[in-house]
Design a protein around this ligand. Structure first.
Ligand code: ADP
Ligand code: RBF
Ligand code: MG
Length: 178
């Protein structure tokens, strides 16, 4: 459960993938562009993670994330895709996705059928749902990383000091800031 490199914060825009998440699996995943994936520190292993996420600095939700080559589909490109545990009315391609990865759930697997893949992802979601209720994680859910404007933080020394005093914000890595 405890994994090198965690907690890990990432920020970036949501791009189009293969469109399989919603269509075939009924589990949509918001994909990061290659620049964010390439920016991951080496100690972040491929596999399935859980944590919190927000879209355009709105509400913070639980999330599960898959990092890797999706062995079931034999992708040639490494992806970093987040399923946000919330029912959204519409797509939000191009929006800013913020995530904090807090727990490592398992390595990526190759399954015999789509149904087996779906069942495993459903189990990941249930495990994440329970795990993230732990009070030790609430500090991340309410962290200023999800609410404060990075440009303001960079421009204003006072802002930087304020966020540092509250902690955690200075851990931001893997960022593509607009
Ligand atoms: P793609 O292959 O383009 O990533 P998906 O089928 O995985 O397509 O669908 C992902 C898209 O669905 C996201 O980019 C986002 O716009 C939308 N979406 C809607 N609800 C969710 C959700 N709960 N979690 C993640 N993405 C969602
Ligand atoms: N793909 C795999 O090939 N093997 C996996 O073990 C795997 N685990 C996943 C776990 C989660 C929580 C999520 C959201 C996705 C996972 N995927 C896995 C990726 C899945 O194949 C991918 O979301 C679809 O291909 C749509 O892009
Ligand atoms: Mg996707």
């Amino acid at each position: 459960m405890f994994q090198a490199g965690l907690p890990h914060f990432a920020v970036g825009p949501i791009v189009k993938g293969f469109g399989r998440g919603s269509r075939e699996l009924r589990i949509p995943t918001a994909n990061y562009p290659d620049e964010v994936v390439q920016n991951l520190p080496k100690e972040i292993a491929t596999g399935v993670y859980c944590g919190f996420a927000s879209v355009n600095k709105e509400e913070v939700h639980k999330m599960v994330m898959s990092i890797g080559w999706n062995p079931f589909y034999e992708n040639s490109q490494k992806t970093m895709e987040t399923h946000i545990m919330h029912n959204f009315q519409d797509d939000f391609y191009g929006a800013e996705l913020r995530v904090v990865m807090l727990g490592y759930l398992r390595p990526e697997k190759k399954f015999n059928s789509v149904d087996d893949l779906i069942a495993e992802i459903r189990a990941d979601i249930d495990a994440a749902d329970a795990l993230l209720n732990d009070s030790k994680f609430s500090v991340y859910r309410t962290n200023c990383f999800f609410t404060e404007d990075d440009n303001d933080q960079q421009k204003s020394t006072e802002g930087v000091q304020k966020t540092r005093r509250r902690g955690l914000c200075n851990h931001v890595e893997s960022c593509i800031l607009s």
